[in-house]
Design a protein around this ligand. Structure first.
Ligand code: AMP
Length: 191
């Protein structure tokens, strides 16, 4: 099973690209944002708790994310490949992922990091708020999510660089151009 992490700040286009990659290679797209939003929509007590955190642009707890990811990955353990979109977002989640994969004799194969400048990110997120009605895409919450990204998620770039897994890909071109660049770095011989 090829395990690809699509990495980047909010608004970098991870979701759009992850869907295209999953389609092209017949892989499973796992978006933790989508999983959490589905839980919120169910209106369970857990969903209500998550909703408040997401609407504030904060990160949901590592323990919850790691246990969600373990059960989702187990469900898809026979798949040809998976694209992780939105996970890991903290160092604890990254080491949790490595632990759970090694327990199943698997490892992360590649981390592709989308680079987009901050001004463009905010513009894209505000546009998405109008298009998709996401309540966590207001200007103040966006700022919070970008701060979170810099504080907690960006350090993962060094973590994966140290493991020789990371490639940075410019994310500011057209969807198709970015997609082509990403695909060039998916070295299937390495699964
Ligand atoms: P996304 O759709 O990936 O932008 O995620 C939307 C929101 O879901 C984030 O702002 C967080 O509140 C929450 N979330 C998604 N993935 C994670 C994660 N791996 N760790 C913590 N919170 C997450």
């Amino acid at each position: 099973m090829y395990i690809l992490i699509l990495f980047g700040p909010p608004g970098a286009g991870k979701g759009t690209q992850a869907i295209k990659i999953a389609q092209k290679f017949s892989w499973i797209h796992i978006s933790t944002g989508d999983i959490l939003r589905a839980e919120v929509n169910k209106g369970t007590p857990l969903g209500r708790q998550i909703k408040t955190i997401m609407e504030a642009g904060k990160l949901v707890s590592d323990n919850l994310l790691i246990s969600i990811m373990e059960s989702v990955l187990l469900r898809h353990i026979g798949a040809e490949g998976v694209v992780l979109d939105g996970f890991p977002r903290t160092l604890t989640q990254a080491t949790g992922l490595d632990d759970m994969l090694s327990r199943h004799g698997k490892k992360v194969n590649k981390v592709l990091s989308l680079k987009v400048d901050e001004k463009e990110l905010t513009e894209r997120l505000l546009k998405r708020a109008v298009e998709q009605g996401r309540t966590d895409d207001t200007e103040e919450v966006i700022r919070h999510r970008l701060v979170n990204y810099h504080q907690h998620t960006r350090p993962l770039i060094e973590y994966y660089k140290g493991r020789d897994l990371l490639t940075e890909v410019p994310g500011s071109g057209s969807v198709d151009d970015v997609f082509d660049s990403l695909c060039r770095y998916i070295n299937l011989g390495n699964s």
